[in-house]
Design a protein around this ligand. Sequence first.
Ligand code: 3H9
Length: 720
Amino acid sequence: MPDMPAAEAVSCRLHGEVLLVTIANPPVNALSANVRRGLLAAIDAAEANPDVRAVLITGAGRNFIAGSDIREFGQPPQPPSLPDVCSRIEACGKPVAAAIHGAALGGGLEVALAAHYRLAAAGARLGLPEVLLGLMPGAGGTQRATRLIGAAAALDLMLSGRHVDAAEAHALGLVDRLVDPSESSGDIQEQGLAYVRQLLSAQAPVRRTRDAAGLADRQAGRAAIAAARAATGKKSRGLFSPPKILEAVEAALDLPFDDALRLERKLFLQCMDSPQRAGLIHAFFAEREVLKTPAIHHQTRNANTTLRAIGSVGVVGGGTMGAGIAAAVLDAGLPVTMIERDAAALARGRAHIETIYDGLIAKGRLSADGKAAVMARFSGSLAYDALAQADLVIEAVFEDMAVKQAVFAQLDRVCKPGAVLATNTSYLDIDAIAAGVSRPADVLGLHFFSPANIMKLLEIVTPAKVAADVLTTAFEFARKLGKTPVRAGVCDGFIGNRIFAAYRQAADRMMEDGASPYRIDDAMRGFGFPMGPFQVADLAGGDIGWAARKRRAATRNLQARQTRYVQIADRLCERGWFGQKTGRGYYAYPDGARSGAPSEEVEAIIAAERRRAGIVPRSFSDEEIVRRCLAAMINEGANVVHQGVALRPLDVDVVFLYGYGFPRYRGGPMKYADTLGLPRVLADIGEFGREDPLFWRPSPLLTGLVGRGANFASLNSRSG
Ligand code: 3H9
């Protein structure tokens, strides 16, 4: 069989009368410029060759095509464009089929939709997830999907970004045929060739998706658009691309195909130019980057370190955190032994876990048998000796150094050599905890976020003496739990809580200077956080922060004359107002209400504190509130990177995206800083520092970057 000429990454081979076009562009067959060129050349070659009667497009490796090459975005575009490639495929005068296995996403699905026939293997994942990257389908997807499966189904795919499996794709009409699992040779190319031969023998014509009848019922199409528009307003608050998707689908109803394609292109390029696209694609790469082999200290990579097997886990403490951690571990299929100090506490711990699974049963997401199967992996004990064979123990007891050290002394006594000993502390010095045991190399921090079975973020905190294989094991464990791990160094609050504390201090200062906590929360929600800092404080509970402030009081008093200390939170805590769980905090939660109402009493306390501090209240615009909160976060983020507590700015971003509700479309605080421009952030800090120079001290990293005209992104590529 003669080989046809083709560009690199796309190979063409004639199988009888069928030209097999295979895309091989690892890792995921993204549509880089050479792939686009290769596809175009393949169709031209097929059309020109009288021996070719039909074309089959497939992907080599694990996927069909994962979409456009998103690493090319933001760079000068290289021809041919994907819309041109898709139009060329669709215009081909000989039947073109796509055989889909693995991912056919975004531009990948658009290529398949431009083909005339589609076959999908079990395990295929199809979707138009561009919205998750701040984009919309830009190579005919808004038009072809809508014509093929109707406006309602196409809008659902495009606005949610969800993937559908082969069976659902078939039911929707996205694909014509499923690979019969009983006949499957496991080779998608063989299956595809057999399918195309059947098409040829049935004299199947060229069938263009642009002519499909999915929009025949125009009234239904308009109703679907109206319904999606109403739902999108609520679900996609602040997002740029969903309205553009709606506009493009509307055009599918109102305009001829080619005019609608031109509009789609225009709208796609607007999305491409939006900072949201840059923020979301930064988040996409950052969340993959943090999963990679971590560094133990700044410079050394641990690619060759071995793993310790984790087959069983102990959890010390059955409070909210301990129970949430236990559920996260149980969900990963591992057995858990929980230790509590008395039978009543252990029963409460078990009940906390059961409540989690009962909640899932109530929502129809778990059966009673499913719960029983999970709980069969759970055991409890009052004796530490039950942890003798545990491979990993996670301590989640009260946040107090003496209490934690006592737990670790017990673990040191009973745990087998090589067991990993982890603390879930959110603030305490893990070096000091490690110093108390005979095996400090086995100790590290696993800082879960509440609710621990749901929140994706896991800070893996590395004390000075931790062994490389313990760190690598912790990352592997995080992956097994489905968590997003971020390596953090030891310091007060690690990455997240330390930066969050700076954010809170900026907010507290504004509150004392005249902005109400409700106004501040409102402004930060306007920026895109789901909750403002005072709502978060109420949800988290004021008691832990209060304890930490009391712990730091000794050092604070030494600096008291210079450092401003806002006491409003203490006034609330002194009244026992620890937030939602006590029914009072910055907000009032009458009768166990979950969303709080502003409280005049709190405003009176704040007013009294302003008088005590001799402050004449002034007003703050939403814009200034956001500017100050973000400047504080960014500056502390820079300090955290500067001191090696976070490896790179992107680690800070991932912590804030996954643990603190930072709006994903802004990419995280450090990416947002780059978007603003670091000189502007530094100027803001300088301006705020005129009234409070101790708090607003520019980070040396920020000053240095501005001095050499660089940005945070320039630090993301350095290896850990
Ligand atoms: C689009 O198509 C626009 C068009 O409508 C219009 C055009 C005009 N490009 O996730 P993994 C890398 S927008 C470049 O770990 P998995 C990824 O960074 C696009 N690189 O594997 C990683 O690299 P590294 C619409 C990509 O098996 C490696 O591949 N498409 C791309 O867990 C492995 O990735 C999407 O949004 C890409 N498109 O999951 C799909 N995709 O090893 C995005 C991945 O250096 N991709 N990489 O870290 C995915 O959802 C998942 O990657 C996928 C595989 C499900 C495919």
